[in-house]
Design a protein around this ligand. Structure first.
Ligand SMILES: Cc1cc2nc3c(=O)[nH]c(=O)nc-3n(C[C@H](O)[C@H](O)[C@H](O)COP(=O)(O)OP(=O)(O)OC[C@H]3O[C@@H](n4cnc5c(N)ncnc54)[C@H](O)[C@@H]3O)c2cc1C
Length: 476
């Protein structure tokens, strides 16, 4: 007979979002059940952020060694041992895994159940025949899986996705990547730098969600390094041959076929709703995920959905963590909450990195906001010169009165530099707040301050103001 549990909160999915809800609820002394069917840590730890960043880090080392000559440092005969790269990726996951483990969560006071959860009715979740959970609130945090485009022949042989690519112990000599989103391009650059010949095929525009002007700088760098990016092409056929794969695509010049040793599909994500029996709980969903309102509540008021599984949300680990915080506030403290995607920054971890906080220029235009665009290039920054990292710029979007609406940074360490702008946007700061701060010299963060100072340039009518700006430019 099934064991019946009656916690306050039952979380389905032990990935980024689910673990955050469970940890916070347990810390508050709330009886919590967490159900995970596969690996604790979900996509991010096992097949997403962590292994991809570990692979990129190895690739960055290889590239740094190769491009050290202008510093007067030469490292002849750079060798990449892909087996050891794989070990580094696995060791990174292993180092982080204890934070997400059953043992840690059990010690925090969470009742962790390993198994597949599904709804039995509007207020009951079951795990096989073993458990019946009747919780006050449920949180669906089931994440997503790779979306597989319906390409004839794809299923007739092996191909890689994020779920298998980090298991490779041998370097693929020729890799074809379908999809030029952040995941496809990060993997393309990583494998290329580690010695693979890489071709990326994209039906639409690469990095389509990002500011096109800044995305172009990333694409240009990848192409200069030798990654072949073919955009506006539709893959029409895949043929698995012995030891290779032939991919046929259609573009402006007609049909073309290329051959690779491996094929990586990185063509978007599919929210995980299968097997949850959402209908039994009166929860509405479609291919885009579980429908939620601004409080992240589903059509069943007892049930929230967060992270990659929730429709219309940004699919990032920090977005799932943000959702978790909102659910805790709403479910446990009954505080009003409203999810705001403008608060969620994102980063593509290629080199150069591409980071976004708040609105892009295009989003601000769509909202018909009257704006100012401020820029500052990396090459006018002393630290960037010292590091030979002069490629890229910052672009800041403000209202006419200077309220900061968004920032895009493309260049070295953009993912770190965006933090200041995320804070500025979250706090509703004015650009003036950033001209007044003292930043250490020489740092890349000065690029942001320089862009902020630029806000006042057109207003230089009075000699007094001109003097202040000149002073800020020299000493600021
Ligand atoms: C290659 C790659 C790189 C990425 N890099 C980044 C990055 O650099 N930064 C970033 O912010 N994001 C990145 N992401 C996205 C990030 O991994 C996801 O947004 C994040 O993991 C979503 O968290 P989640 O909690 O919604 O889902 P997940 O972390 O996927 O967790 C969902 C969990 O639910 C479990 N589950 C599903 N169904 C059931 C069920 N019925 N019963 C029990 N358990 C179930 C699954 O097994 C899984 O463990 C990357 C993704 C990929 C694929």
């Amino acid at each position: 007979m099934a064991e019946t549990l009656k916690p306050d909160i039952c979380v389905i999915g032990g990935g980024s979002g689910g673990l955050s809800v469970a940890a916070a609820a347990a810390a508050l002394g709330v009886p919590t059940v967490l159900i995970e069917k596969h690996k604790m840590g979900g996509d991010c730890l096992n097949t997403g952020c962590v292994p991809s960043k570990a692979l990129l880090a190895a690739a960055k080392r290889a590239e740094a060694a190769r491009s050290a000559a202008p510093f007067g440092v030469t490292a002849p005969g750079i060798d990449v041992d892909f087996g050891k790269v794989h070990d580094h990726v696995r060791r990174t996951i292993a180092a982080i895994a204890p934070n997400d483990s059953v043992e840690r969560f059990t010690a925090l006071g969470v009742r962790v159940i390993k198994g597949h959860a599904k709804f039995k009715d509007r207020r009951t979740v079951v795990v096989g025949d073993a458990y019946e959970i009747r919780a006050r609130r449920f949180v669906i945090a089931t994440g997503s899986t790779p979306a597989l485009p319906p390409i004839p022949g794809l299923d007739e042989g092996p191909y890689l996705t994020n779920e298998s690519v980090f298991d490779l112990t041998e370097r693929p000599d020729r890799l074809i990547v379908i999809g030029a989103g952040p995941i496809g391009l990060e993997m393309a650059q990583a494998f290329h730098r580690l010695g693979s010949a890489v071709t990326v095929l994209e039906a639409a525009a690469p990095l389509a969600k990002d500011d096109p002007e800044c995305a172009a700088i990333v694409l240009d760098q990848l192409e200069r390094e030798g990654v072949a990016i073919r955009s506006g092409v539709k893959v029409v056929r895949i043929k698995h041959l012995s030891g290779s794969v032939a991919v046929t695509f259609e573009g402006a010049g007609g049909e073309e076929t290329i051959e690779g040793r491996y094929l990586l599909v990185a063509a978007g994500r599919k929210p995980t709703t299968d097997g949850l029996d959402l209908e039994a709980a009166g929860i509405k969903y479609d291919r885009s995920g579980v429908f939620v309102n601004k409080k992240l509540k589903t059509a069943n008021r007892r049930v929230y959905a967060i992270g990659d599984a929730a429709a219309g949300q940004l699919q990032f680990t920090h977005a799932a963590n943000y959702h978790a915080g909102l659910v805790i506030r709403n479910a446990l403290f009954r505080l009003p909450v409203k999810v705001n995607n403008d608060m969620v920054p994102w980063v593509t971890y290629t080199e150069p990195e591409l980071a976004q906080a708040g609105l892009t220029e295009e989003q601000a235009r769509q909202r018909k906001l009257k704006m100012r665009i401020l820029r500052w290039p990396y090459h006018d920054n002393d630290r960037a010169q010292a590091e030979r990292e002069t490629h890229g710029h910052i672009k800041v979007i403000t209202t006419r009165k200077g309220r900061i609406l968004g920032a895009t940074i493309v260049g070295a360490q953009a993912g770190e530099l965006i933090a200041m702008w995320t804070l500025a946007i979250a706090q509703g700061l004015n650009i003036q707040n950033l001209t007044g701060i003292v930043l250490p010299y020489p740092t890349l963060s000065e690029i942001g301050k320089r862009a902020a100072i630029d806000f006042f340039t057109p207003k230089l009518t009075s000699p007094w103001l001109r003097r202040i700006i000149a002073w800020l430019r020299i000493f600021g």
